[in-house]
Design a binder for this molecule. Structure first.
Ligand code: PLP
Length: 488
């Protein structure tokens, strides 16, 4: 099975090459020529544990990438808080799929624990000799998840740039204490866009040199594929609990930013999982909600800083893949829509395409006040604590369930509440202390919910990465670092 660029089917690559490249040369995203059938009937689905299930799905989506089962073992085993990597927990009349029990307490671990192994194996598959250097600019969460995923992974190095003063105290501590001989972290004197621009410049400057650069960004197909697997796992959990009958459809409600998580649910559906409606939940940055209602995607709008920062986004990259699939692979249409987006700042999809998308997706939005209200109510009624991103989805679910025709719903939970302790205290009407670490302690004292080990131990950890650099110095910094034998 080949991969195509969403913008031109003549731009093809094998799965391994697509993983190594990240973005297609024409700026499009890689998509499988056809979404494969999972070939999992009910009995087969229930017979596999999460490791075997994940390997099964990855083999279907990434043919030709060697040693997938071993990669799943190495990537996941021993790195999560419990035996069950992604528990499906009943809350009121719904289920919450907890995706945050990995090393950094956020759902990006689900993909970034596996990506380094997929990158290393892909490198072997294409006969590459040199190590891969992964560069990432981060506004907080992705950087830490990439560091934790790639730390000490074979044949890879990872370098993360974050805006100096632009991430929370806890996020910074998570990054600068990262251990591993192949990791490097630097603060950039500027904002996230400066760091992002710097990384792009490094990418173009290194083109054609001996250094193989790659990105841990969510447009990489190697990040998307592992996310498909946990939809199957959640469905299997509902079957085992007796919540649904074989083949019965389940709705999934997803707190959405870059559209990667929810697109993985769409791919799971196309692979044969009985998915009903996919509900896209937005915070005040509601560009996707508006698109799903009107067919117009318009990024010319005010950017809101919210209590669910990982969903604060104006350009949702993975939506491009949905446009491709839902238009039955109309690459010319996708290319022209993306051109409109970059040149005019908006695009409008044809009515027939909008109707097709609306037949599979619902949407809704919740602002901070609504999300905080949901956090407090669910805590008071159920003693169940959800983070502000999950709470956006929960609130959207509360509106949606009135029209869901009684179908079962799973709400995807994307972060530990302890990653956003100050916001949690605000939601619970508890006074917020100045220190982020103290906020975590206080949230624990008041709720009794255990603090994830990786966050609890942060305060004691030694700072290993102290470099602060000018955005203009990023290129020379990467050049110099890439020549060093070790970053110990
Ligand atoms: C990245 C992230 C999201 C958004 O996921 P997308 O795949 O970008 O839609 C939601 N919640 C949290 C906590 C995240 O880190």
């Amino acid at each position: 099975m080949q991969y195509f660029s969403t913008r031109s089917k003549t731009e093809t690559a094998a799965a391994a090459e697509a993983i190594l490249q990240g973005l297609a040369p024409d700026g499009g995203l890689y998509v499988p020529a056809a979404i494969p059938d999972a070939q999992l009937d009910d009995a087969a689905l229930l017979s596999l544990d999460q490791y075997a299930l994940t390997a099964h799905i990855l083999k279907k989506l990434l043919p030709g990438v060697p040693n997938i089962a071993a990669s799943v073992e190495a990537g996941y085993r021993g790195k999560f808080e419990g035996e069950d990597l992604t528990p499906t927990v009943p809350v009121q009349n719904a289920h919450v799929l907890e995706l945050y029990h990995g090393p950094t307490s956020a759902f990006k671990d689900m993909a970034l624990c596996l990506l380094p192994y997929l990158v290393a194996e892909s490198g072997k598959a294409v006969g590459q000799k040199e190590d891969v250097l992964v560069l990432t600019a981060t506004s907080g969460d992705t950087g830490k998840a990439a560091l934790a995923g790639f730390a000490n992974a074979p044949h890879t190095r990872v370098m993360v740039f974050y805006p100096d003063g632009g991430v929370s105290e806890v996020q910074r501590a998570q990054m600068v204490t990262q251990e591993g001989d192949n990791v490097c972290v630097a603060a950039v004197k500027g904002n996230f866009d400066d760091a992002q621009r710097g990384v792009k410049e490094v990418f173009s400057a290194f083109k054609g040199t001996h250094v193989r650069l790659s990105s841990a960004n969510s447009i990489n197909i190697g990040r998307l594929a592992p996310q498909v697997a946990y939809y199957f796992k959640a469905y299997a959990d509902l079957r085992r609990q007796g919540t649904v009958k074989a083949g019965e459809q389940v709705d999934f409600v997803v707190p959405t930013g870059n559209f990667g998580n929810i697109l993985a649910g769409y791919i799971a559906k196309k692979m044969g999982l009985p998915v009903g409606t996919l509900v896209c939940a937005s915070n005040e940055n509601d560009v996707l909600t508006e698109f799903l209602q009107t067919g117009v995607y318009d990024r010319r709008r005010t950017f809101h800083k919210t209590a669910s920062p990982s969903m604060d986004i104006l350009v949702s990259s993975n939506l491009e893949r949905l446009l491709y699939f839902a238009s039955d692979g109309d690459d010319a249409l996708v290319a022209s829509l993306m051109k409109d987006l970059s040149e005019k700042g908006f695009y409008k999809v044809p009515d027939a395409l909008l109707q097709k998308i609306q037949s599979e997706f619902a949407c809704g939005k919740a602002d901070d006040a609504q999300a905080f209200d949901a956090i407090r109510r669910v805590w008071e009624e159920e003693q169940y604590l959800m983070d502000p991103h999950t709470a956006v989805a929960w609130r959207v679910y509360e509106d949606y369930r009135k029209k869901s025709e009684g179908r079962r719903a799973v709400i995807l939970s994307t972060a530990s509440p302890y990653k956003f302790a100050p916001a949690m205290l605000t939601a619970l009407h508890i006074e917020v202390p100045e220190s982020g670490f103290r906020a975590m302690e206080l949230l624990h004292e008041r709720t009794g919910v255990p603090v994830p080990a990786g966050l609890a131990s942060l305060k004691e950890k030694a700072v290993r990465h102290k470099d602060v650099i000018d955005p203009k110095a990023m290129l020379s910094y990467v050049e110099e670092k890439s020549l060093q034998e070790s970053w110990r």
